[in-house]
Structure formats: C-alpha cells, structure tokens
Design a protein around this ligand. Structure first.
Ligand code: HEC
Ligand code: HEC
Ligand code: HEC
Ligand code: HEC
Length: 198
C-alpha cells in the first residue's frame, strides 16, 4: 500500500515538472512567410517610397498567373508534366512558397502573389517589426536578405535557354541572357531619400 502511494506521489511530481518545463521554456515559433500584402501595409506607403507599386507592376507579381497561360499548359502537356500550377518543377521559380520550400506559411500568405517580396528578401515573420528593419544588422540577424545578383540566379540563368527544355536552373521560356544591372533597373524599388537621409 505504501509502495503505491509513493508511486502516485512521484508520478504526480513528474507530471508537474513536465507542465512547469513547458510553461517556462520560451515558445520557439517557426519562421513563417507573411505574404506581400503584410509587407505592403508599410511598404505601400508614399512616405516609405512605395515599394509595392514597382513590384505590382513587375512580372514577379504575375509569376503564378502566367502558369495558366496556353504556352505553359501546352509545354507541360507535351512533356508529360502535371499542369503548371500543380507542377513543383515550375512552381519552384514561380512562387514565393516554393522558392522558400519547407518554410511555414501564415494565413495572410496567398500563392497567387507569385514571386513576392519574401521570395527575394526571405520569410518575414521575425524581421518584419519596423524597429528591427530600420537596422540593417538586426534585419539580417532576423533572417532578412538584402538581395543581390545571387538572389536572382536562383531563378534566372545568365544564359538564354536555347534548347527551350526544362532544366533545373533554367526556364524553358528564358529567351535572353540575364544581366543583373539591366534586370534590376527594371524592378528597382528604393526607399524614399527623405527616409534615407533621416
Ligand atoms: C529555374 C527557374 C524556373 C523554372 C524551373 C521555370 N521557370 Fe518559367 N520563368 C522563369 C523566369 C526567370 C522567367 C522569366 C524569363 C525572362 O523573361 O527572361 C520565366 C518565364 C516564364 C513564362 C513567361 C514566358 C513569356 O514569354 O512571357 C512562362 C509561361 C513560364 N515561365 C512557364 C514555366 C513553366 C510551365 C515551367 C515548368 C515546366 C517553368 N516556367 C519553370 C523561371 C523558371
Ligand atoms: C511595420 C511596418 C513594416 C512592415 C510590416 C514591413 N516593413 Fe520592411 N521596413 C520598414 C521600415 C520602417 C524599414 C526601414 C526603412 C529605412 O529606414 O530605410 C524597412 C526596411 C526594409 C528593408 C531594407 C532593410 C535594410 O536594412 O536594408 C527591406 C528589404 C524590407 N523592409 C522588406 C520587407 C519585407 C519583405 C516585408 C514583409 C515580409 C516587410 N519589409 C515588412 C517597415 C516595415
Ligand atoms: C523565385 C524566382 C525568382 C527570383 C529569385 C527572381 N526572379 Fe525575376 N522573374 C521570375 C519569373 C518567374 C519571371 C517571369 C514572370 C512572368 O513572365 O510572368 C521573372 C521576370 C523578371 C523580369 C522581367 C523579364 C524581363 O527581362 O523583362 C525581370 C526584369 C526580373 N525578373 C528581374 C529579376 C531580378 C533583378 C532578380 C534579383 C534581384 C530576380 N528577378 C529574381 C522569377 C524570379
Ligand atoms: C526579385 C527580387 C526582389 C523582390 C521580389 C523584391 N525585392 Fe526588395 N530588393 C531586392 C534587391 C536586389 C534590393 C537591393 C539591395 C541592395 O542593392 O542594397 C532590394 C531592396 C529593397 C529595399 C531597400 C531599398 C533601399 O533603397 O535601400 C526595400 C525596402 C525592399 N527591397 C522592399 C521590398 C518589398 C516591400 C517588396 C515586395 C513588395 C520587395 N522588396 C520585393 C530584391 C527584391
């Protein structure tokens, strides 16, 4: 009888410790993709320089939609692939979530954004508070990516795809060589100079 009450006592302590440990340990939330709309709550503002509009007007915001075009559908049919919007081999360069494969997604993220802000700047749940983003070093420490030529080469190839076949590092539809300077000029989205000189 005595033995059983000891057992119950220790079991009780064990359960107590388990709950205590869980309550005390800081919860490590996994990094999540927020979606461009969340970024644009701030980055769509005029006094920020408005990075939303250049992105909206760039092909990146239509990178998912273009997978529903006849040329995309025909290519996949002819090559025995799943339909482009379901085919991971296409999605990996045409959507934020597949270029950041394995990263959790917030409800605010929507695949239809195509290649969103986080497709280049990294998943934003940790770095998105403004006080973190104002400091370049804290932005980077919290998973932010500034972006450079290497960022682009995850999806663009320096050489045009003459064979027009699907390659691991080239779209069947990349018809021209990729040059960082000219390409970045087409998608640049600087913050306002007032903000810079603050
Ligand atoms: C390695 C990354 C990558 C892969 C894989 C990829 N794409 Fe692309 N796709 C791109 C890039 C980059 C462009 C823009 C090319 C340019 O304009 O120079 C593009 C452009 C396109 C376009 C627009 C072409 C036009 O003329 O406007 C279509 C359609 C397309 N891709 C469909 C597909 C389909 C379908 C697949 C899968 C079979 C696929 N892509 C796989 C990166 C990729
Ligand atoms: C709460 C407002 C807010 C939100 C939300 C926000 N940002 Fe920012 N972001 C800022 C501010 C403020 C700066 C600093 C601008 C400056 O002073 O140069 C900044 C700076 C940046 C920079 C430059 C960082 C550096 O130090 O060079 C990038 C890149 C960036 N944001 C991307 C994003 C992305 C991507 C998202 C969405 C995941 C996002 N931001 C969400 C307010 C915000
Ligand atoms: C996650 C993949 C991905 C990354 C990273 C990426 N792009 Fe793209 N880019 C695309 C896709 C896909 C298209 C074509 C979308 C369409 O035609 O609808 C495209 C189209 C473009 C276009 C329009 C085509 C043209 O030549 O006029 C430019 C410019 C461009 N990207 C520049 C860049 C630059 C500069 C970088 C790096 C800072 C970059 N991209 C990074 C996937 C990517
Ligand atoms: C195709 C890749 C790509 C996409 C998509 C993209 N950016 Fe950028 N972004 C870059 C690159 C590259 C730079 C320049 C980094 C440098 O040279 O310092 C940059 C710079 C910035 C800066 C700093 C500008 C400055 O003047 O210091 C901010 C803020 C920013 N991006 C926010 C955004 C937001 C918000 C979105 C979505 C609406 C977005 N970016 C989408 C690649 C991208």
């Amino acid at each position: 009888m005595k033995y059983i009450s000891y057992l119950i006592f220790f079991a009780f302590i064990a359960v107590l410790l388990f709950f205590l440990k869980n309550a005390l340990e800081p919860k490590q939330e996994p990094v999540r993709i927020l979606g461009s709309e969340m970024c644009n709550d701030c980055h769509g503002l005029q006094n920020m320089g408005d990075q939303k509009t250049p992105w909206k007007n760039s092909k990146h915001s239509g990178a998912y939609t273009v997978l529903f075009s006849a040329k995309a559908i025909d290519f996949n049919k002819a090559n025995g692939l799943a339909s482009p919007d379901k085919e991971e081999k296409c999605l990996k360069c045409h959507t934020t979530e597949f270029v950041l494969k394995g990263t959790e997604k917030s409800k605010s993220y929507n695949i239809t954004e195509g290649v969103g802000c986080e497709g280049c700047h990294g998943a934003g749940s940790e770095y998105s508070p403004a006080e973190i983003m104002r400091e370049e070093s804290s932005f980077i420490r919290n998973g932010g990516v500034k972006g450079d030529e290497k960022t682009c080469l995850k999806c663009h190839n320096t050489k045009a795809n003459k064979e027009k076949t699907l390659k691991d590092d080239a779209c069947p539809f990349q018809e021209t060589d990729f040059d960082y300077k000219t390409a970045f000029d087409k998608i640049k989205h600087p913050v306002s100079t007032e903000l810079k000189n603050r």
